[in-house]
Design a binder for this molecule. Structure first.
Ligand SMILES: [Zn+2]
Length: 93
C-alpha cells in the first residue's frame, strides 16, 4: 500500500527536512520559518559566527538571543529589516 502522508526520514538533516517541508502546505507555517532560522543559526555555529548580526556583523544583544536563540539580527538591523519587509509586503499587494 502506498504511503500517502509525508514520510520524514528519521536520519534526515535539518536542511533535508526543510527541503521536504518546502514542498508541502506547511511552507507558510510559522514553524517552517523557525526551522529555516534554526538551520541558519546552526550553520553560524559551525562557522563560529553565531551571535553575530547577519547585516552589520556586530554582536547581537544577549537579551535578544535569550528571547530567541535563532535571532539573526541586532536590535537596530532587526528593526530595519522588519520595516523593509513590511514595505515589500505592501509593494507586492
Ligand atoms: Zn546589525
Amino acid at each position: 500500500m502506498a504511503e500517502q502522508r509525508l514520510s520524514v526520514n528519521e536520519q534526515a538533516t535539518l536542511p533535508e527536512l526543510i527541503e521536504q517541508i518546502s514542498h508541502t502546505h506547511l511552507l507558510d507555517d510559522e514553524l517552517f520559518h523557525k526551522l529555516v532560522q534554526l538551520d541558519a543559526a546552526y550553520c553560524q555555529l559551525e562557522l563560529g559566527l553565531y551571535g553575530l548580526c547577519a547585516d552589520c556583523e556586530m554582536e547581537i544583544e544577549p537579551e535578544r538571543l535569550a528571547a530567541d536563540p535563532t535571532e539573526q539580527r541586532c536590535a537596530v538591523c532587526g528593526e530595519k529589516h522588519l520595516r523593509e519587509h513590511r514595505q515589500e509586503l505592501r509593494l507586492n499587494h
